[in-house]
Design a binder for this molecule. Structure first.
Ligand SMILES: Cc1ncc(COP(=O)(O)O)c(C=O)c1O
Length: 313
């Protein structure tokens, strides 16, 4: 196992400790970055093509020509994965993160030999610490808290475009964590309808069926889509509709979905128990179905990572 990971930076592979964005990059000036986070299960990337396609919708919308076709981006991603594979101990899954910006602003062109061009980075990072921190949460569930900060309306910045202009998510986290340091922020729109978490989508379970906010003003998560497909295969009714905080208060179960952790039960909401206050049967059934689909026991994996993280101090 080698320890130095390698990052794809605009056509070259550089040591992770050397990889970076210029201080003159539009990424820093405007948060002008389209990004993706994909993860592996048993070392294989999950729905990589869906992530790359979403990345390219964002790039088209922002008029960033990154110089690679989607096929070339996929090939560069697979090469990045293979170059980094020796850095990960057997059984350690990792995330693959794409960050693509317009590149340094034209005003600073003289700093850059050969002119300015978009900045494309692809890096791999072990999921050890991320999932270690969530090992107990899978069993106990997390506390969803609605912060005062609202989602930015889709007509202003479309959340379907996965971008790094995310200051309102950070404000939401800070506000929710004032209520409970462990809370997960759950955002609402201007009308008070639920939208999503600050890096996740949200579902409630009512009378055995799933309800989730409409795809209108949220990031259409790859995990959300996979959960909808799994639920259908299990014969569970699913509806996308406007949801109010009232619908969480009266739900039997609730959960968040996102690439790194996949399905996370939410057992508390604004200081109240959701349903029985523990991960419910439908959520557990979906988690089990997910484990079978990817051939990884997610809770066991998170616990193993927690032990590794503790052993490393
Ligand atoms: C705002 C937001 N919503 C939802 C998600 C979940 O998307 P996915 O399942 O594709 O990871 C993310 C992921 O980072 C996100 O940032």
């Amino acid at each position: 196992m080698t320890s130095q990971r390698t990052v794809y930076v605009s056509g070259e592979f550089v040591a992770e400790s050397e990889a970076g964005f210029s201080i003159f990059d539009s990424a820093l000036m405007y948060g002008d970055v389209i990004f993706e986070t994909t993860r592996t299960f048993n070392g294989q990337p999950f729905r990589l093509r869906a992530h790359i396609e979403r990345l390219y919708v964002g790039l088209r919308t922002l008029e960033i020509d990154c110089g690679l076709t989607a096929d070339e981006m996929e090939a560069a991603t697979l090469e990045t994965i293979e170059r980094n594979r020796p850095c990960f101990a057997d059984g350690t899954d990792f995330q693959i993160v794409h960050n693509v910006s317009r590149g340094p602003m034209g005003l600073y062109e003289t700093v850059f030999e050969g002119g300015v061009k978009p900045t494309v980075t692809i890096n791999c990072w072990p999921l050890t610490w991320h999932l270690a921190a969530l090992a107990e949460a899978y069993v106990e569930g997390v506390h969803a808290v609605i912060p005062a900060q609202r989602s930015v309306p889709a007509r202003l910045i479309d959340p379907k475009i996965k971008n790094r202009s995310r200051i309102y998510y950070q404000i939401s986290n800070l506000q929710a964590q004032k209520v409970d340091p462990e809370a997960w922020a759950l955002l609402t729109d201007e009308d008070g309808f639920l939208t999503e978490g600050t890096g996740s989508n949200f579902f409630v379970v009512k009378d055995g069926g799933l309800l989730t906010p409409e795809p209108r003003n949220i990031l259409r998560g790859v995990t959300r889509q996979a959960v909808l497909e799994l639920a259908e295969s299990l014969g569970l009714a699913c509806r996308e509709r406007n949801l109010e905080p009232y619908d969480v208060m009266t739900a039997d179960e609730a959960f968040f979905t996102s690439t790194p952790f996949t399905i996370m039960p939410a057992t508390r909401f604004n200081g109240h128990d959701v349903g029985a206050g523990e991960p419910g049967p439908v959520t557990r059934r979906l988690m089990k179905a997910w484990d079978m689909m990817v051939e990884v026991d997610m809770v066991a994996q998170a616990r193993a990572y927690a032990r590794q993280a503790a052993a490393r101090g």
